[in-house]
Design a protein. Structure first.
Length: 295
């Protein structure tokens, strides 16, 4: 992907709009005003923050550029602040490892833009190129690996793609006396675009998790999870499929909406540790979360 011609500002990169080949417009501004009247394009131009993909300023007379992109800054709508900090576990050269809290998104997306690990850390650490090399969903806490140098990003991403990272999770979920552990759960997980939850099927598995029972406390238990694959909501689905859904899960076994300002009853799922051979230094790395799950 072409690098954005505007820099990161306040933790956020610019937005971009593609100009289609068949638009009925003679100038870029004419196209933008017709298709996106909610934006104050005069203000963007006046601030010098409306540019084409080569970084050239766009004004009222700039000719339309079919199939090209135009870039600008868009201020996101107000968000409810997530009242939990991101703890830095490790910071060295182009690598930053953090201990993500529950309720905080990993990347800016949808209704969670400024309240994301990426935007927070870019601002707090003054690292405009910081990006995660894997994902934790918003409700999951724990160890998250980020890079701050674009040249380092691909080597670390390949570790996860090639399943060369040893990942350990913990969860608090229901207890069933008729289940025996350890056991391995394999299912086929399908996540359809636009739908909040995923589905799982018994045929042709594409996900695998080894589950160990650590301790029992009454009707609840603590489990240690070793995912071999990384499908969306895999650990939630695999425990739910055993009849022991994770405490605090508002997605499975059924979906329940949560208010934006409700930070009670977090999902009891934690990315406890990551372990791998560093692709840059070849040093053995192990990072461990300092958080504890509540029963």
């Amino acid at each position: 992907m072409r690098a954005a011609p505007l820099p990161v500002r306040d933790g956020l990169g610019p937005d971009r709009i593609r100009m289609p080949a068949d638009a009925d417009a003679t100038t870029i501004v004419e196209f933008l005003q017709a298709g996106h009247p909610e934006e104050d394009w005069a203000a963007h131009m006046g601030a010098g923050e409306l540019v084409d993909e080569h970084g050239r300023r766009v004004d009222a007379c700039t000719p339309y550029q079919p199939t090209r992109f135009v870039y600008f800054y868009r201020d996101p709508p107000p968000e409810v602040p997530v009242p939990f900090p991101v703890r830095v576990l490790h910071r060295e050269d182009g690598l930053v490892v953090v201990d993500k809290p529950h309720f905080l998104a990993t990347i800016p997306r949808g209704a969670h833009i400024r309240e994301s690990v990426v935007v927070r850390l870019r601002r707090e650490l003054e690292l405009p190129h910081l990006v995660p090399v894997h994902r934790l969903d918003r409700m999951t806490a724990g160890v998250l690996l980020c890079t701050t140098d674009p040249a380092w990003r691909r080597p670390y991403q390949e570790l996860f793609e090639r399943q060369r990272v040893r990942k350990v999770y913990e969860a608090v979920a229901g207890y069933r006396s008729d289940l025996s552990f350890p056991q391995v759960v394999r299912t086929r997980i399908v996540k359809r675009h636009g739908e909040p939850t995923a589905e799982q099927f018994a045929d042709e598995p594409n996900s695998e998790t080894r589950i160990e029972l650590v301790e029992r406390r009454g009707e609840l238990a603590r489990y240690r999870l070793f995912p071999r694959t990384g499908r969306t909501h895999q650990l939630r689905l695999h425990l739910a499929s055993l009849g022991v859904p994770i405490v605090g899960d508002n997605f499975y076994p059924w979906f329940r909406r949560r208010a934006a300002d409700d930070f009670t009853d977090p999902l009891r799922l934690l990315a406890r540790s990551l372990e791998f051979t560093d692709p840059i230094s070849e040093v053995e790395r192990r990072f461990v979360s300092g958080r504890e799950l509540e029963f």
